[in-house]
Design a protein around this ligand. Sequence first.
Ligand code: UD1
Ligand code: CA
Length: 456
Amino acid sequence: MAAGKGTRLKSKHPKVLHEVGGKPLVAHVIAAALKVVPPSDIYVIVGHEAGRVQQAVAQTGVNFIVQEPQLGTGHAVMCARESLKHYEHVVVLSGDAPLITSETIARLRDFHLHQKSAMTLVSAQLNDPTGYGRVIRKNSGPEVQAIVEEKSCTPAQRKLREINSGIYAFSVKALFAHVEQLKTDNPHAEYYLTDMAALLRRARHPVAALETENAFEILGSNTRAELAQLDRQIRSNKCLQLMSAGVTIFYPETCVIDADVEVGADSIIEPFVQLLGRTRIGSDCRIRSYSVIHDSEIGDQVTIRPACVLDDARVQKGAELGPYSRLRPGSEVGEGAHVGNFVEMKKTRLGKKSKANHLTYLGDAEIGEGVNIGAGTITCNYDGIHKHRTIIEDRVFVGSDSTLVAPLKLGRGAYIAAASCITEDVPEEALALGRARQIVKEGWVKKRSVASKDSA
Ligand code: UD1
Ligand code: CA
């Protein structure tokens, strides 16, 4: 179920597209379901901003059912009647409960089939059950009588700590034989799927509850505070998982690491590092504080000093970056190469053992091995209309403060004198100077002061 608006988030975006652990809520739920059944057996009920939700998860190959208008969780399931008619049983998941695991889904399925229930709900004991529906059992035995939403609870029911997770298994036949009997006589005037428990009991169908071992698994995200709590839980799990695989993380509670990130053993991650998206980091690396690395591939033994920003970049073994390096998409730093303070790269390859250590912009450039890029070098890659490439071959030495106007090729082993503006190709092993000759006027200061006294 992913059709709701999420009123309590006070957002213009649909609830299930809010992110925790770097991914939309609904994407987590689909990922868990995909470990249990193929995408062809998954139906995502969309409604509010259906197009956006569909687009966000379309690549998973799941099916979609449109619920329009959205009249509650019971109504959401009514909309699935046609799609489910060839199935015997169905598991219903909440698009806003992202911590659910495939193990729990499989356990729910097995328990439900074993108990031969018409409806099985996943329940949990929460210290603070506020906001959840309460599970009412007959004489506190195993038999479920009803689920009562918090707003409709009596004071005694409100004290119950066993809550409904919003995750269920149903016999498809029993579900659709009774779902049309749901009413909207409740404070929200909605069709509540939770009312199916009492309906099925009245029709003498067995209703069971499976209590989770990990209560945090079923936490929902109705408010921004709950979103933050879920996000923290996912990040913390990720750090624990990396640490158990041999990664050192100092102050893990300050690091933001997305679920799909990989890090090799004996790498060290300092406080306040963010590793995002599909980032992969090798072994024996050190990622220093305040670096933000997105969708990038980092080899073994790489040092990333504080405050580097990498996006869609590749860094080979033994390279050193930062502090304050910025690698934009398409940057490639070769083995053992150095990229230093305030250096920006874009669509640029820097070869093995080459260095660009200070205050430099390298855009659309192909740079060979053993090249030295002096401080303040700029590739002028843009003429206002087109981007042009700069080719710098192996062992070129570019003096500081050089301006390289592309398109341009600097031949192997060439030298560029400091402060040159280079507009034409430089052949191999040549020295190019592109600056005005210095003029020295001996005694100029004294002459000027005499002249100014005369005029006074
Ligand atoms: C629901 C349960 C509550 C349970 C809680 C667990 C009901 C009536 N209540 O409450 O017992 O403790 O989940 O988290 O079901 N949705 C639709 N179509 C709709 C309405 C909702 O697809 O018309 C989707 C929402 O997008 C969401 C899910 O169903 O993903 C649950 O809806 P929500 O409004 O969050 O239910 P809760 O109030 O949390
Ligand atoms: Ca909810």
